[in-house]
Design a protein around this ligand. Structure first.
Ligand SMILES: [Mn+2]
Length: 235
């Protein structure tokens, strides 16, 4: 079976519980929709588990991107030269990341061994910006944030990288008539609030959208969707 997991945000317990719930095995495939790290305390523990599994394919979220960039800057060998290179722009980006839940990730990072730190930074480079999946007669586009200046004919590689990570979809509108657009990033409670629907922390499936950030970083739930059956699972 092929699965897609929502924004984990450091919730290792939920991640492990969900893999158990779906009886995830070597014959299955799991895509993660991004934002593994930040807010929760154990995002790097999740990453260290994911990297051991060749059938888990991570898609990049804005938080993973911020963490990767800032941790790389912060772990560069401290020399007069490297300190000079940490210019005001980088310092601003690091403090922006801290304000966005990055502090817990730094604390966790400092507890890792040197080898684990290197492994984590290398693993971030394997993240993809989007994935296209076809299974059980359905087509899916998987991306963390959304597709700005959208057109159904526009090839995915033509979208702006930052927009793929930060954009928020218009969930009241169908994007692809013949494909499902699977996204994280925007908690489904916010989508429902925006559209005037009753608020809850479950997967939002409407207008060919499958929105799967169920608020794991905000005390909501963590979700997995089976792309073969469209069945949902929660922790
Ligand atoms: Mn996000």
């Amino acid at each position: 079976m092929i699965y897609c997991m929502g924004d984990v945000h450091g919730n290792y317990e939920g991640y492990a519980a969900l893999l158990k719930k779906i009886r995830f095995s070597e014959r299955d495939t799991l895509y993660t929709i991004g934002d593994i790290v930040d807010r929760g305390r154990e995002g790097l523990k999740v990453l260290l588990d994911m990297m051991m599994r060749p059938n888990v394919f991570p898609i990049l979220g804005n938080h993973d991107y911020m963490a990767y960039r800032c941790l790389t800057w912060l772990t560069a060998e401290v020399t007069e030269e490297s300190l000079k290179k940490l210019d005001a722009d980088k310092m601003a980006k690091i403090s922006e990341w801290f304000a966005n839940g990055g502090e817990s990730t730094v604390q966790e990072f400092m507890k890792l061994t040197k080898e684990e730190r290197e492994q984590v930074l290398e693993y971030f480079e394997e993240f993809s910006l989007y994935e296209e999946v076809e299974t059980a007669g359905r087509s899916f586009v998987l991306v963390h944030g959304g597709l700005s200046d959208f057109s159904p004919e526009k090839p995915l590689e033509d979208y702006d990288v930052e927009d793929l990570l930060w954009e928020r979809c218009d969930y009241g509108v169908t994007y692809y008539p013949d494909k499902y657009l699977v996204t994280g990033h925007t908690p489904t409670r916010n989508i429902r609030k925006e559209l005037g629907e009753p608020i809850n922390d479950t997967v939002y499936m409407k207008n060919n959208h499958i929105a799967i950030d169920c608020g794991s970083g905000f005390g909501g739930s963590l979700a997995v969707v089976c792309l073969d059956t469209l069945k949902t699972f929660y922790a």
